[in-house]
Design a protein around this ligand. Sequence first.
Ligand SMILES: NC(=O)c1ccc[n+]([C@@H]2O[C@H](COP(=O)([O-])OP(=O)(O)OC[C@H]3O[C@@H](n4cnc5c(N)ncnc54)[C@H](O)[C@@H]3O)[C@@H](O)[C@H]2O)c1
Length: 256
Amino acid sequence: MVETNGSEIPSRVAIVTGAASGIGLAIARKLAQESHRVALFDLSGEAAEKAAAELVAAGLRAVAYHVDVADADSVDAAVRLVRKDFGPIQIVVTSAGVEQYTAFEEITREQWNRVLAVNLNGTFSCIQAAVPDMVAAGWGRIVTISSSSAQSGAKNMAHYVASKGGVIGLTKALAAELSPKGITVNSIPPSIIDTPMAQQATDAGFFPGVEVIAPMTPVRRVGTPDDVAAACAYLCSESAGFVTGQLIGVNGGLYI
Ligand SMILES: NC(=O)c1ccc[n+]([C@@H]2O[C@H](COP(=O)([O-])OP(=O)(O)OC[C@H]3O[C@@H](n4cnc5c(N)ncnc54)[C@H](O)[C@@H]3O)[C@@H](O)[C@H]2O)c1
């Protein structure tokens, strides 16, 4: 169901994964501000509830769902609930992700499988569960959040980088397959963005800190979740209908 909300911008139903924190939260807020009805998917149900409550308190339309994107049954159940609560889904943004820093020779099978399960399989499951609604409507927007590390490579992150490279490949494959049906599929590969994930990596000593990276960045500042959300909102907009299969870097020029 597409509402017009009295404005020129249609109100659509959007799922944002990893929406309780960082980049996903900023995207959920931005899409809700743009009049969309937003389903916040997160493994932390409590944090997602809190985030959704803040959006609702601001007069926006949002509902939280406790979802482990690595569990396809959990994804399917939540997508069914979103249809019941809001209607057919026309926008999916996949930001749920985990990172780990481990030397290649020390990555355990469990670590490899978990990173791939969340970052790549989770992206696949969420998109596949929602796509039939977009096909039926002849309109859809899919944005995956990958990583500039899949463009540049990164040491001690082979599992993470491989998962994000897979996300980029999946994005391109889906763009080729779904664009003729009115569905655009793009990826944002951010560089370092100031979020809890980046802070945890700094605290654990794996990363020097955003303030160290800022002067090395061509635009000379730290990337914010709102920087990513702005690019994502464009890719989800009516105006972006001719943009598909693209990597839209949000990286301050760090990777060109
Ligand atoms: N922050 C950066 O510098 C940076 C750079 C490049 C790419 N990214 C990517 O951007 C995305 C968002 O990262 P962020 O920095 O906002 O991280 P974050 O840790 O602040 O947020 C990630 C969210 O995903 C949720 N999540 C984790 N596993 C999940 C699961 N199995 N099911 C559902 N939700 C799950 C977490 O609970 C959390 O709310 C990630 O995919 C990350 O790989 C981040």
